[in-house]
Design a protein around this ligand. Structure first.
Ligand code: GRF
Length: 216
């Protein structure tokens, strides 16, 4: 795999004030490499936060193993057990509240969320998407970029709104598309950037929360 640098390098995070770590509730449906990147940034002191719990909606995904290796509790909420999206979101909110979660991070969460989650956490919900939004929202963002024959794609971290893969953009990183790229090679390079920008975006949100706490 070629480790091509991104065209736009995200600004490095500065070491943060370690009072008031932001309490994160993370959600994943897959490998959890973004979950791991967030956990590593916390370990490095680049992100002043604590992951309280990981919610997953699929059994036996790698994200569970990554969480358990770090002693982070996991909760399995199988979407098939909830007749509506709202009911699943109510269970998510209950779980996060039980863990005193302040910020929600959708790190590869493959379900559409509802007003229930937004009512509970407002503008403290973050999502990561593998394209330069607003281009290529929805599923298959990498394949969409290849089909459109764009020369540059990338990834976006944004605040979540009801519209899928929309909402105010926090951080983006650009990744060149190479002539011989497959979906796998391109996604691998996009993920290198995702692992940089997701912790940065969380720290942006966490520092706002800390400011609010210091002002109290
Ligand atoms: C990432 O590419 C993310 O942008 C998308 O889902 C993927 C999750 O990857 N929403 P991982 O499970 O964090 O490895």
């Amino acid at each position: 795999m070629t480790d091509t640098p991104s065209l736009i390098s995200p600004t490095p995070t500065t070491r943060s004030d370690d009072r008031f770590p932001a309490i994160l509730g993370m959600m994943a449906s897959g490998s959890g490499s973004n979950f791991e990147a967030v956990a590593r940034s916390i370990d490095n002191g680049d992100l002043n936060a604590k992951i309280a719990v990981l919610i997953h909606n699929k059994p036996e995904i790698k994200a569970i193993e990554r969480a358990h290796q770090r002693g982070i509790p996991t909760v399995f909420l199988d979407h098939r057990n909830y007749p509506t999206r709202e009911e699943l979101d109510r269970a998510i909110v209950t779980t996060f509240r039980a863990h005193q979660v302040e910020c929600v991070v959708m790190a590869g969460w493959m379900r559409v969320i509802t007003q229930v989650l937004i009512d509970a956490f407002g503008d403290r919900i973050i999502n990561i998407h593998p394209s330069l939004l607003p281009s290529f929202p929805g599923i298959g963002a990498i394949e969409q970029a290849l089909a459109a024959k764009v020369k540059i794609t990338g990834c976006t971290v944004h605040l979540v709104s009801l519209e899928v893969d929309a909402g105010p953009i926090l951080v983006q990183a650009a990744v060149p598309v190479l002539a011989d790229d497959t979906a796998a090679t391109l996604h691998a390079r996009v993920q290198i950037q995702e692992h940089l920008i997701l912790p940065q975006a969380i720290e942006m949100l966490a520092s706002q929360l800390r400011l609010a706490q210091l002002r109290r």
